[in-house]
Ligand binder design. Sequence first.
Ligand code: UDP
Length: 463
Amino acid sequence: GARDGGEQPRERRRRVLVFPLPFQGHIDPMMHLAGVLHDRGGLAITVLHTCFNALDPARHSEFRFVPVPDGMPADVAAAGRIIDVILAMNAAMEASPAAVRDALASALAEDGEDNGAACLVIDANLLAVQRVAREIGLITVVLRTGSAACLRCFLAYPMLHEKGYLPSQESQLYMPVPELPPLRVRDLFQTKISSHEMLCKVIARINETLRNSSGVVTNTFEALEPAELEKLRGELNLPFLLAAGPLHKLSSKKTTGSSLLDQDYGCIEWLDTQASGSVLYVSFGSLAAMDSGEFMEVAWGLANSGHPFLWVVRPKLVQDCDSVALPEGFEDVIKGRGMVIQWAPQQEVLAHRAVGGFWTHSGWNSTLESVSEGVPMICRLNAVDQMMNARYVENVWGVGFELEGELERGKIENAVRRLMDEREGAEIRERAKVLRRKVAECLDSSGSSQIAVDKFVSYILSL
Ligand code: UDP
């Protein structure tokens, strides 16, 4: 099998190019996939990366790195809104394909005595790169970093417009979408930050990238989304659609070294001093932002809950604030019981025995990381795929609940108690443990995600 790749010196040197979208939630799964292909499949890896959110080659000595000019206008880069960045980056690359062609050529030329690059694994948002790859005859495989349910929603986007579900109307938000159970209109992929037209364009381009690819790898696992994966295989009709997640659990690296912000490991020492299952971990991912009023409510809701907590307050968590100030008196109130840091080694935090709950924005990586460690969730969402992720957390897997409506300290306090103390919390915790066992099964030596990786490595070696 492919896992014996290490004993086949000729194939050992097969090279794979990878090109992540430069956002934290997209970089991490790509780098983990690269790590798995390198360690398990014995493949050599070249990482293509943009100047925007550039990766640090020094932190991945086992990979080669090739920079690709992204031609990002300074104002779009500074605002960092993901939909706008995707469109601007693709537009710039389409305007000067020669720059991309040169970068790909240099990644391929670097091979020297190697057997040549087998294929390019790209993020689904990089259609401009795929177009150039096709021109030079380089096979592309798409890594889709979200859930299978989310991918189904992308493919269904034209239908959702034809049938009038989208753009959504306030009065129809709780209406079910029978074509995509268990989603309701409010759970469909949407954004409040960029325009609906821009979002539609991004999704149409994702769909085109998928259909032009030789196959898709997704960061989910068979037992988590069995029906969605089955339907998706029919809907996409590609040579392969592999569910190889959770990628961070397959990769041998503890952290990816690809964090865009410095992870504060001091919090692990602090967690060591806390009782098992007692701490609520609070983080809203790399992009979500709130206004200063909401920030105050979160702070005092956590303080008033009486529970130990570890809260990630990253720069820009409060809209337009580079460094966020905690409310006056807050630190005295929470002394010893609460810790606030700028950025966490989240995968290690969730795996820590002291962590008993996760208040999350329900980004897919965060959801999968929580599911992997059996940590139950409070979901507070914003947009994009977070609504549907939370819908599955609450209604399909039963491992958490949504905190809806206005953020208010009393409501937050109650939600924390409901998760950490009450009977309902105990039931949710029990289901989270059951789901964690399913994760362990898919990671087992003959588990579904291991088989998916084997298939992918065999495919690459067959090229
Ligand atoms: N993350 C982290 N430290 C933090 C918060 C988040 O390392 O303090 C990581 C987290 O482990 C996850 C990623 O950042 O892998 C966030 O991805 P997700 O899809 O959850 O949300 P996004 O940031 O894309 O909204």
